[in-house]
Design a protein around this ligand. Structure first.
Ligand code: NAP
Length: 295
């Protein structure tokens, strides 16, 4: 840790978290998720150097108050920790630029589908991690999956940085595609459910604004209830369900239309899709890496 931070003495454990205020982090490819990460990290006191290719995006990042550049090598060399958030197909070109400059540094990829094995090969000497945040990072409520290498030296530091976006859960690498389906696609699935509930509320005559509040508050409240009490969701359901009452009528219809099996099917299909994309990306990257003459 000493060598990584050099003269940055402010990085000390506080409780079980690091003080991050003297840390410089590079975010290579600060597009949609990268700029959300930049905001979260910056709010934690981290100095962020964000990169992009286009002048427009760099200007936008500067307007948001970040140091921004198209020079990935400069960003890597200035930073103690490097995050990569380009699209997977954009990665080979980036790896080609920075591959010789990351040795000894922790590098965290948030790209879907690129395994540690390929990251290690293309970023020689770096300590590589994979992380999968979700869109809720924008409100500091990401459920971020983290895959750390064995004998990781910088894991606690990386967890501290990622926790600027919300909660962090360590996973074995074989679960990352499933995590992408559940937590990555989760906000979209839940948004679809919220939209359906709002339409249902409109159907029974609740005005739109009230419907929106009723649905959102019920979802937030139910999540909070389950989070803070040791109650299984089925137990909560049974507590609400009076014999012969209104809830059982609703549950009967939901059961008949197969909501649970639709959701299980949806997540299984999304996981299979993530795995297939991962295989395709890996093949393409291996091919490009070999064609580029790198070993
Ligand atoms: N979006 C999500 O919710 C989410 C969640 C978790 C993980 N991810 C992962 O995050 C990655 C990015 O997704 P995204 O939705 O944020 O994509 P995006 O908005 O397209 O962002 C990618 C950014 O990378 C920049 N870029 C591309 N090549 C570059 C290079 N060689 N040097 C510097 N910058 C470069 C692009 O710059 P220009 O704009 O200038 O071309 C763009 O701003 C993907 O791998 C995805 O799997 C996304």
């Amino acid at each position: 840790m000493q060598s990584l931070l050099g003269h940055q003495p402010a990085l000390v454990l506080k409780g079980c978290r690091f003080r991050l205020s003297n840390l410089t982090v590079a975010i290579l490819g600060a597009g949609k998720i990268g700029s959300i990460m930049a905001r979260s990290f910056s709010d934690c006191g981290i100095h962020v150097i964000a990169t992009a290719r286009s002048r427009e995006r760099i200007e936008k990042l500067r307007m948001q108050g970040f140091e921004a550049t198209s020079d990935n090598v400069y960003a890597v060399e200035k930073a103690s920790v490097v995050f990569i958030s380009v699209k997977p197909y954009q990665y080979p070109a980036l790896a080609w630029q920075i591959g010789g400059h990351v040795s000894g540094k922790p590098v965290v990829s948030v790209m879907a589908g690129i395994p540690l094995r390929v990251l290690r090969k293309t970023l020689p000497g770096a300590e590589v991690y994979r992380a999968m945040p979700n869109l809720n990072a924008a409100v500091k409520r990401s459920a971020t999956g983290l895959v750390a290498p064995s004998n990781a030296q910088y894991k606690e530091l990386i967890k501290s940085i990622l926790s600027c976006m919300g909660s962090v859960y360590e996973l074995p690498e074989q679960l990352i595609d499933a995590w992408t389906a559940v937590a990555g696609s989760g906000p979209a699935i839940i948004a679809e459910f919220i939209d359906s509930m709002i339409l249902a509320a409109l159907a029974v005559g609740i005005p739109r604004d009230l419907a929106y509040d009723a649905v959102l508050e019920s979802i937030i409240g139910t999540a909070e209830y389950l989070r803070t009490r040791p109650v299984h969701p089925a137990q909560l359901r049974d507590e609400v369900t009076t014999p012969g009452g209104t809830t059982i009528m609703a549950l009967k219809i939901i059961e008949g239309k197969g909501m649970k099996s639709a959701l299980i099917d949806a997540v299984e299909k999304a996981t299979a899709r993530a795995r297939k994309l991962a295989r395709e990306i890996e093949e393409r990257i291996e091919e490009q890496h070999e064609n580029s003459g790198a070993s």
